[in-house]
Ligand binder design. Sequence first.
Ligand code: AMP
Length: 112
Amino acid sequence: MDCIFCKIANKEINSALIYEDDSVVAFRDLNPQAPQHILIVPKKHVANIIELDDKELAAHIFVDVVPKIAKEVGVADSGFRIVVNTGEEGGQTVNHLHVHLIGGRKMTWPPG
Ligand code: AMP
C-alpha cells in the first residue's frame, strides 16, 4: 500500500520522530501550523476514525500518548488543541489516521 504515514512508521521515509512505542509513532508535521505541531499516528494502517475499531489503541493514543507528548513539549499547562481531520470535508489529506497535537500559541475558534 502506498501510504506515506505507513512508510514513516516503517522508517522507509524519514521524519522528525519524537516518540515511538509498539503501536504508535509521533513526529513533527512538515508544515507546522503552530510552534508545536505533532502528528500521532498508529503504526497499523487505519484510514480514519470511522475505521478505528481498536479501543485499546484509541485509549492508548488519547490516555497515554497525547498527555505524555503535551507534557514533553511544554503545552500541557498552557493548553493545546487536538484535531482529527476526517474525510474530504473534514480536511483529511492523508488517509491514515493521525491526531494533530497543536500548541504553543493562542488558538482561534471556530476553525475555517
Ligand atoms: P490532514 O490534512 O489532517 O490529513 O493532515 C495531514 C498532515 O500531514 C498535514 O498537516 C501535512 O503537513 C502533514 N504531512 C504530510 N506529509 C508529511 C511528512 N512526510 N512528514 C510530516 N508531516 C507530513
